[in-house]
Design a protein around this ligand. Structure first.
Ligand code: MN
Length: 427
């Protein structure tokens, strides 16, 4: 067992009941402090911890780190340092904040420098995302979409069971939780029409996904094996891959998603390490037909992560519209990374890979409004009595995720994003 994952550990910092951030989590993020300083940090309970300040005060002196490794506005360099370093740092943070450790606990002056309340800081994007790839790895989601848009008898396309289908997305529009999104404009083809019309998308949708963040993994031309893939995954975040379904339907042939996806994707700001998720490993769904040898994996490569989507309206009413689990994903992160690099494609530190919409087997576990409203044929009634087929202006979509086992809860916090009306193009 990894030392920092010990369920018996507790911190001298208060951790509220049901917090996503006990001492066993120790996620990594980037935040702006009350003094307008940007720094790399971690979180225990409702405290953000400035790792740059901790390092300057000498608390990491036993670990070989460059002086400015945490005094940066992204985690890319730290992620480049590799798994061994991530582990040493996470273990050291765990040790320092463990309830019997006096080093920092008794030094109130140092605490004033390194500790912040969560409401004093502003979370930023944790990494500079060079490349973003989105997969399509939930069999339930791909089947639902296939049934709606194509042939219910042959819902999955012939390649789907043989490879983790994916496409290259746009990283410039990945934003942290809290950043609002404008309803996008684009072309759509009205039903029965021969020519497209232009205007704001009428079918704005969320996609409940998770994403993993990689370290520098390979040289150009060298694949990463499925067995080694996890060594190059730093951690995971929640991922809302905003989609404009009406734009998507008209534009996606034959090269796949484009403007319907690239207007925004939102992430949760704390990266939970794969190490912290270790106790929550589970088997992934049985694969039939058996994958080709380069995709064949050994051991439990999935994680039991409970996921939830809420729609919050302007009057404050909150309705949970989806409950699902990451463990339903047919293709694992290891298989996605092995497939991504089998042609020699280079993976860099800070690259982000989306899982694809995570849908479960039951109608309440579908990870998009497209599926929940079955392409707009069913209305979803919210707690305040209003109905939705897709996302309305001024709705806030909130995604949450956590793992729980042996009295330990490790969570991701949330992504909260408000959809604003389309901008006025005549201004
Ligand atoms: Mn997606």
């Amino acid at each position: 067992m990894l030392k920092a994952n010990d369920p018996s550990l507790s911190s001298w910092l208060a951790v509220p009941e049901n917090s996503d951030f006990p001492i066993q989590n120790i996620p990594f993020g980037v935040f702006l402090t009350r003094d307008d300083i940007i720094t790399i940090g971690t979180r225990i309970g409702d405290h953000a911890i400035d790792l740059g300040a901790l390092h300057q005060l000498g608390y990491f002196k036993e670990i070989p780190l460059t002086d400015d490794i945490f005094l940066q506005d992204t985690l890319n360099d730290f992620i480049s340092d590799g798994k061994k370093t991530w582990r040493l740092v996470r273990n050291r943070i765990s040790e320092l904040f463990e309830k019997n450790n006096q080093e920092l606990q008794k030094n109130k002056d140092h605490q004033k420098i390194v500790l912040f309340e969560m409401d004093e800081i502003e979370m930023k994007l944790p990494v500079q995302i060079g490349d973003y790839t989105d997969f399509y790895s939930s069999k339930e989601h791909a089947t639902n979409v296939g049934k709606m848009f194509r042939d219910p008898e042959n819902a999955l396309l012939p390649n789907w069971l043989h490879l983790p289908v994916g496409y290259h997305g746009r990283s410039s529009s990945i934003i942290p939780s809290g950043t609002p999104v404008r309803r996008p404009y684009g072309q759509t083809l009205p039903k029965g029409a021969e020519k497209p019309v232009f205007g704001p998308s009428r079918l704005v949708d969320f996609e409940l996904e998770m994403a993993f963040i990689t370290t520098d993994a390979n040289a150009l031309g060298e694949p990463i094996s499925v067995d080694e893939a996890e060594d190059y995954i730093f951690g995971m975040v929640l991922f809302n891959d905003w989609s404009a379904r009406d734009l998507q339907k008209w534009e996606y042939v034959p090269l796949g998603p484009f403007l319907a996806k690239s207007f925004a994707s939102s992430i949760s700001p704390w990266i939970v390490t794969l190490d912290a998720l270790e106790p929550f490993r589970v088997e992934s769904p049985k694969q039939d037909p058996e994958p080709l040898p380069y995709l064949k994996q050994k051991g439990n490569k999935s994680f039991d992560i409970q996921l939830q989507v809420d729609i919050k309206t302007d009057d404050g009413s909150v309705t949970t519209v989806c409950n699902t689990n990451f463990k339903y994903m047919y293709w694992t992160m290891s298989q996605q990374l092995a497939h991504h690099t089998i042609n020699g494609c280079k993976i860099n530190s800070g690259d982000m890979m989306g899982s694809g919409t995570i849908s479960g087997p039951t109608p309440d576990s579908y990870g998009s409004m497209l599926e929940l409203s079955w392409q707009g044929t069913k209305e979803i009634t919210l707690k305040n009595g209003s109905t939705r087929k897709f996302i309305a202006d001024n709705d806030t979509v909130v995604m949450k995720g956590h793992c729980a086992k042996n009295g330990v809860r490790i969570g991701f916090g949330e992504i909260s994003t408000k959809i604003l009306p389309a901008i006025d193009l005549n201004k």
